[in-house]
Design a protein around this ligand. Structure first.
Ligand SMILES: Cc1cc2nc3c(=O)[nH]c(=O)nc-3n(C[C@H](O)[C@H](O)[C@H](O)COP(=O)(O)OP(=O)(O)OC[C@H]3O[C@@H](n4cnc5c(N)ncnc54)[C@H](O)[C@@H]3O)c2cc1C
Length: 462
């Protein structure tokens, strides 16, 4: 994803010296201007006309003033949906990272927005603080994570967006907006904004004094696991279910704070096992139910514990494509049962488990958890297999259950459907148009999902 390291000045000089004698240098020049971007799953690519890595706010403002065409930011490139691709300008805040300041008494911490979640958590830990919750990996940038309401699990725990105290947004005209809850709708829109309100340069989170976490893993029959989740969801800090419908098996993980400061983090070899069974299942689909049934033999009940951020952050090396919807928390288990039955009844060959989590309601305008406690249901397909049959079978069920798609994952919802799912989407669009009247921060996907016309002087995509 690095921009090609070509000495463009030397190339330009060569081109001007040889102009008129040969076309070759001009071709080389065109090659020098080609940038490439790709997301983690490899299902999204782009060839932007420019790619920038600003080091401070002034450089961001200068970029906004000087660039033409659409502008999109990218963080860790971990989104599955086409939020980032543009043939205009791509901006990464990778060079703007680190803990900028913190207040131990108030448990607040301000980070440069390009900081990767894992680095932010480690720096916060050293300062005596922890995020109150985190997703299951930590390679996302902070700005990227909040821009799609990235979340972990826990019925009383908020998503990353809802942990924000304040943030700085630079709008298309270069103006700085320092936003907090005092700014009402503007703040509610900015804490999950899909990168279309402007560039977020730093974020202050409400954290908590640092804590140790214990994660307990249990393997059991799926039917029993569904009952256990219903039973335990209100009493544990966090609970997560991985369902294997073909084998009627499940893994449950629960998360609790612990007073023990002992670090017990056994090496994670689950990626090797997962890759192996995905390869077998892809080639011999009839073996999928047997492999899933045997899971209890491969995976033992166990636990890990340590500094919270180390327990949250898993390593995922087996690539997949993912669809995730959030349904009302109270309908979560019933919807999950339907999803499992559909996968079984339609004999859809999928080795990856269905992931089920809870997240607390928040006040965001277009976050998945806006004004309602949510249960999230994610289906994943191994990257070498076509995910379409799985997604096509499951998505109507999730929509029927009142589901809202995770903005960073695959979905096929139209602007009209999204307006139903996100009642404040119209208001969000008004705020977006106020901050960015020319639609400079929109790419083709954003225009589609927001129902914006694609004709625009500066925003038009090919
Ligand atoms: C292996 C894996 C595991 C995952 N686990 C979880 C999980 O547990 N929970 C969950 O909810 N999601 C999860 N996700 C999804 C992921 O957290 C989200 O898609 C997240 O938005 C990705 O963040 P990113 O930094 O990679 O941003 P990108 O994907 O690069 O960008 C996401 C959005 O942020 C915007 N953006 C980035 N930087 C800025 C900026 N500085 N200013 C303004 N806008 C900006 C972009 O324009 C884009 O709209 C997972 C994804 C993968 C691949």
């Amino acid at each position: 994803m690095d921009a090609p390291r070509i000495n463009r000045r030397a190339l330009l000089k060569l081109a001007s010296l040889t102009a008129g004698t040969t076309l070759l240098p001009m071709k080389l020049l065109a090659a020098a201007q080609t940038y490439r971007w790709q997301n983690w799953a490899g299902n999204q690519t782009a060839q932007p006309s420019a790619m920038h890595y600003p080091q401070n706010v002034e450089q961001i403002r200068a970029l906004l003033a000087s660039s033409n065409g659409p502008i999109r930011c990218f963080g860790g490139s971990h989104s599955f949906s086409p939020l980032v691709p543009t043939d205009g300008t791509l901006i990464s805040l990778e060079a703007m990272n680190g803990l900028l300041q913190h207040d131990s008494d108030k448990s607040t911490a301000t980070f440069a927005a390009g900081t990767r979640l894992g680095n932010a958590s480690a720096a916060a830990w050293d300062a005596g603080l922890s995020f109150s919750n985190e997703p299951d990996i930590n390679l996302q940038s902070l700005a990227g994570a909040i821009s799609t309401s990235t979340h972990g699990t826990g019925l009383t725990l908020p998503s990353q967006s809802a942990q924000i105290k304040s943030l700085r947004l630079i709008s298309a005209d270069g103006q700085l907006h320092d936003l907090s809850s005092r700014d009402g709708d503007l703040f509610r829109a900015a804490i999950c904004s899909l990168g279309c309100l402007g560039v977020i340069s730093d974020i202050t989170f409400q954290q908590q004094p640092r804590y140790y976490l214990r994660e307990v893993t249990r393997v059991m029959d799926l039917d029993k696991a569904l009952a256990v989740v219903e039973q335990e969801k209100d009493s544990v800090r966090g609970i997560e279910l991985f369902a294997f419908p073909h084998g009627n098996t499940a893994i449950i993980k629960t998360f609790e704070e612990t007073s023990s400061t002992e670090e017990i983090l056994p090496p994670d070899d689950s990626n090797d096992l997962l890759e192996m069974v995905c390869e077998v299942s892809m080639r011999a689909s009839w073996l999928t139910p047997t492999i899933q049934r045997l899971l209890g033999k491969f995976i033992e009940d166990g636990f890990k514990q340590g500094p919270a951020w180390k327990v949250y952050g898993n390593v995922r090396t087996v690539r997949f494509n993912e669809m995730e919807y959030c349904v009302p928390a109270e309908d979560g288990i019933a919807t999950l049962k339907q999803v499992c039955a559909t996968i079984r009844d339609n004999n859809i060959n999928v080795m990856f488990p269905i992931e089920f989590r809870y997240v607390r309601a928040d006040n965001s305008m277009i976050g998945m958890f806006g004004q309602r406690d949510g249960a999230t249901i994610s289906v994943h397909q191994y990257v070498k297999q076509d995910a379409t049959p799985l997604f096509n079978a499951v998505e109507p069920l999730l929509q029927k259950a009142g589901g809202r798609p995770h903005w960073g994952k695959i979905h096929t919802m139209s602007a009209d459907q999204l307006k139903q799912a996100y009642p404040e989407l119209k208001r969000f669009n008004e705020i977006r148009a106020m901050l960015d009247p020319q639609g400079r921060f929109l790419n083709a996907h954003m225009r589609t999902i927001l129902g914006e016309p694609s004709l625009d002087k500066v925003g038009q995509e090919k």
